[in-house]
Design a binder for this molecule. Sequence first.
Ligand code: SF4
Ligand code: SF4
Length: 307
Amino acid sequence: MVSKQIHQKAMDLGFVSFGISKAGFMEEEAQRLDKWLNQHYHGEMSYLENHFDKRVDPSLLVPGAKSVISLAYNYYHPDKQKDVSAPKISMYAYGKDYHKVVRKKLNTLFEYIKTLCGSIEGRVFVDSAPVLERDWAKRSGLGWIGKNTMLINPKKGSFFFLGEIITDLELEYDHPIKDYCGTCTKCIEACPTEAIHPEGYIMDGKKCISYLTIELKSAIPETFHDSMDGWMFGCDICQQVCPWNRFSEEHEETMFLPEPALLDMTKQDWENLTEDVFETLFQGSAVKRTKYSGLKRNIQFVTGFKP
Ligand code: SF4
Ligand code: SF4
């Protein structure tokens, strides 16, 4: 009953998908993560090596943890950058930074749970601590992890952010769903840097354009010169080609609405981007993460333009 009330409140807050898992040590995921790190697929993201134990055991994040509530928040929007030759930006970064927006919703939901259940402990997470978000969402039945390594919901696709509430409250648990990738290999074939393993389900993070344009602090290796497909911040290709994203619907979050000025920028505007325009355009945006110098580096790399 309580689980249903929480689910309803989550939907009222605008989340598009919801599920609950029993908290516990993630044995299978721990082995997979260990192997992935040993292959050095994380490149320069050394922070992923930290807190391994916490990453695979929620009780080390919330003492006495009993439940992990997973939630998805839609960011799909059909509007696109108008100049098709302009360097591209991933759709998730069209509006304001999702971390704050989703965290606020999660806090509201957690406060609601407290009013229902009294004195409970817990924490909210949105890409903010060592939590294996996709794996928890999979366990909670929000979707399956596709060959492109994204969480895919059979009714809503994959253009959404994930968040969690880990709590010491015992709830009713959901179950994982089946993998519906089948014989499809569209994402593997479409990835311009061959970052997805030929058989899918494993990503060589250091080859992914999202890593190269956002995480990588040093120069982008020249070997990627012809394979960036014009992406200057993130990359959406393996989601765009995924047939399940035909079910994506426009989000209703005003904070994520694309900045009209951003969509109007031409290739030339990007090539001549000044720090002032950068600051205005990306106020409160996740793009700020690269700083002006990082975005300039990416623009120069993908357009070949040197002022
Ligand atoms: S985001 Fe782009 S570069 Fe990364 S795996 Fe997907 S298609 Fe490849
Ligand atoms: S494109 Fe095909 S193989 Fe890749 S994640 Fe989507 S359904 Fe799975």
